[in-house]
Ligand binder design. Structure first.
Ligand code: NOJ
Ligand code: CA
Length: 704
């Protein structure tokens, strides 16, 4: 009898029609293909080929739940469909004006063979610059709300590539990049970094974007797009089998990775694929996978250069707090505080920065430390309810500062340091943004320094992903654009919400002011351009001219030449770019002319040449003027940058000003050796520019 049942079951499975046992879609140019099929166990699997070679070996997909068995084995394909996506969309501000979004999509509908016959859809997309896939759980009986314990998206590599990685830290991306073979990745060794107030690296995993180079020169970047109501993804590394596995950021408070309601889909899991390093920077795969603009016209935000009351605090010249002290040991009680005597955000100081901005083609001024709460900031665990986003310190006349700025054609950039107490910020969002709206202010820099309150949440978990999103959506209602520090990584959502203007999410310039590990090394930014920058705009805050930070920080310095600081305005993309040094350090400096002139919003971008971690040269055409700017940076090795100007329109003369390293320049021994040459050029001209160790160049090409 028993045998009979088994036989019957066997026969039934055999008779079931198998629909499209292996389904393949290709990129429009045919170079990339994704194949989908089921393993004998019924587990969904996909593989990726590039130019007829296996990039990703058959890799399985699945989801685990708290209250249901996993969706993995025992699936059957009940339908497949394909569609082509082919559109061109406009970036309201960006690295380029128009973006082509052309790819092919495969939808695979799966159903469990056995009861309860749950359904799962998978979407795959093949573009010329990479692939993506996502899970969708349709609305179905018994699955209204799902608690996701794990996502098991596997990426099996075919070799042991060279990789550039930071650890899969659930709280912060501010780590130095490591260059190792995949088999040598050791994220655990990066725990307990001396300069990180909050950091949690539970696995041998890496954060994304995760960049690698295969032995044939193909470059891959693993990342995600459209991170919405879900946890951020890290990638667990199997150093023996060269396999990556999605590892979602969790919540100790809830003990799960995500809680979602059906219908629901995960973010896209993405692999950018390029025959060379240069192609990674111009890939728009991540934005293309996100929904179109949901907030309408954002012309109230104008890309801008800015200065501000900021670097002076990082150098220790002034303080964020008006009274009290951020040194816990000598902290007096609130209400019984003595003025520090060094408060940076005073009305008079703000006016000094406004005057400097107005005189130098900078349209914004950031003022940090203007509001009540800083006196109770660092080192305190009871940060909840402390920051007040509407009450200025007594020596800062906010309306007067705003009025003065306006009268000079400059706008104040608001600052909201939440001290990682997001509920306190959340409660005040509307009042804080109403205040900004009443003052006519359109941009805010936010910050999330410290361990997240409530305890058990992490910066990159679902709860915080939703907080960061709520901030963006609320800000949009008040016509406010957001530059988040200690953010969630960029996943292309600036397309959907173009009020996400920039973010930190890396070791920025500030590390050079105070880190105890020697600051950002000379190769830092030539890695960043091919890793973190693929997640979108970076508020790096370039422009330090006092490279040795004398006399304020005898043990710290910036590890680049002055010419490289100028190059960063072109190389690092952001619609807001700070001239971060003290105004007095720019006075009388001929190199500052480049910062006055350089554009911040681009019609098009060309990556002339580059290699991850070595050097990169980028040319960008300014929107509206037809002027071009070129930036080149190198790591600790000197190099000649050789390029022609064939990107310029023919038969047009440009005034070219080249800011470059002198012959004896060196990031450490002689960082200020900057030379400036001016001449007339056309598209026929060719440049050979010497880039010193840790150096670079900046070239402005102004149309005559
Ligand atoms: C860290 C940010 O990265 C930095 O720019 C800011 O000055 C401080 N937090 C204070 O908010
Ligand atoms: Ca930071």
């Amino acid at each position: 009898m028993r045998f009979g049942v088994i036989l019957l079951a066997f026969l039934l499975t055999q008779c079931q029609p198998e629909i499209a046992p292996k389904t393949t879609i290709s990129s429009p140019d045919g170079n990339i293909s994704i194949s989908f099929d089921l393993q004998p166990s019924g587990a969904p699997q996909y593989g990726v080929r590039y130019h007829q070679k296996d990039l990703i070996l058959p890799s399985t997909l699945g989801l685990e739940f708290r209250d249901h068995p996993a969706l993995h084995d025992g699936m059957t394909v009940i339908g497949t469909s394909e569609r082509e996506i082919n559109e061109t969309w406009e970036m309201p501000w960006g690295e380029q004006h128009l973006v082509e979004n052309h790819g092919n999509e495969l939808k695979v509908e799966l159903k469990e063979k056995n009861e309860p016959g749950r359904m799962l859809n998978l979407y795959f997309r093949a573009y010329n610059d990479g692939i993506a896939f996502r899970y969708e759980i349709p609305k179905q009986e018994g699955m209204d709300t799902l608690i996701i314990m794990d996502e098991n998206s596997q990426f099996r590599l075919n070799e042991d590539p060279l990789t550039w990685w930071i650890p899969g830290d659930w709280d912060i991306y501010e780590h130095l990049y490591n260059e190792t073979k995949l088999s040598k990745i050791n994220a655990i060794a990066k725990r307990n970094h001396p300069n990180l107030a909050q950091t949690y690296i539970p696995e041998n995993a890496v954060n994304t974007p995760f960049t690698m180079r295969l032995s044939d020169g193909t470059h891959l970047v693993f990342h995600e797009a459209d991170l919405t109501n879900y946890a951020g993804m890290t990638l667990k590394v199997d150093t023996t089998s060269h396999e990556l596995m999605s590892e979602l950021v969790g919540s100790d408070r809830f003990g799960w990775k995500a809680k979602v309601a059906t219908p629901f889909h995960t973010p896209w899991r993405t692999i950018q694929i390029s025959p060379n390093a240069e192609g990674l920077i111009t890939s728009r795969l991540i934005e293309n996978l996100c929904e179109p603009n949901k907030i309408g016209d954002v012309s109230w935000f104008k890309p801008m250069k800015y200065d501000g009351i900021w670097w002076e605090m990082h150098l220790g010249i002034s303080t964020w707090d008006y009274a009290g002290t951020q040194d816990m040991n000598s902290f007096d009680q609130i209400g019984n505080m003595k003025p520090t005597g060094k408060h940076g955000a005073t009305t008079a100081n703000a006016k000094r920065y406004i005057d400097f901005a107005a005189a130098n083609n900078l349209k914004g001024v950031l003022v940090e430390g203007w509001n009540v709460g800083w006196e109770h900031w660092i080192g305190f665990d009871d940060r909840e309810g402390v920051f007040d986003f509407v009450t200025p310190y007594p020596d800062y006349d906010l309306p007067e500062v705003v009025r003065y700025a306006k009268s000079k054609g400059v706008e104040i950039i608001m600052h909201h340091e939440t001290s990682a107490a997001p509920r306190t910020y959340d409660h005040q969002l509307d009042t804080a943004y109403q205040l900004m709206q009443s003052l006519g202010l359109h941009s805010v820099k936010t910050g999330y320094v410290g361990k997240i309150i409530p305890k058990g949440e992490y910066h990159h978990g679902q709860w915080m992903v939703n907080h960061y999103r709520k901030v963006i959506e609320t800000a949009a209602k008040y016509q406010i654009a957001v530059d988040a520090h200690e953010p969630i990584k960029g996943t292309g959502l600036r397309r959907t919400y173009p009020n996400i203007i920039s973010r930190e999410g890396l070791r920025g310039q500030e590390w050079n002011a105070w880190s105890t590990d020697g600051g950002n090394p000379p190769q830092h930014l030539s890695i960043i351009a091919f890793t973190r920058m693929l997640a979108g705009p970076i508020d790096f805050t370039p422009g330090v001219f006092n490279i040795k930070l004398n006399p304020y920080k005898p043990n710290n310095q910036v590890n680049t030449t002055l010419a490289q600081q100028l190059a960063l305005y072109v190389v690092i993309y952001s619609p807001i770019q700070m001239a971060c040094d003290l105004p007095e350090n720019y006075e009388g400096q001929p190199g500052f002319q480049f910062i006055r002139d350089v554009g911040v919003d681009w019609e098009q971008t060309r990556v002339i040449k580059g290699d991850v971690g070595d050097y990169v040269i980028i040319a960008r055409e300014e929107r509206g003027t037809g002027n071009w700017f070129v930036g080149g940076i190198t790591d600790e090795n000197f190099r000649d940058a050789l390029f022609d100007l064939d990107f310029l329109p023919p038969n047009t003369t440009f005034t070219a000003t080249l800011y470059h390293d002198g012959p004896d320049a060196d990031w450490d021994k002689n960082p200020l050796a900057l030379e400036i040459d001016k001449k007339e050029v056309t598209s026929e001209d060719v440049y050979t520019v010497y880039m010193a160790p840790g150096g670079g160049f900046a070239l402005s090409l102004i149309k005559q």
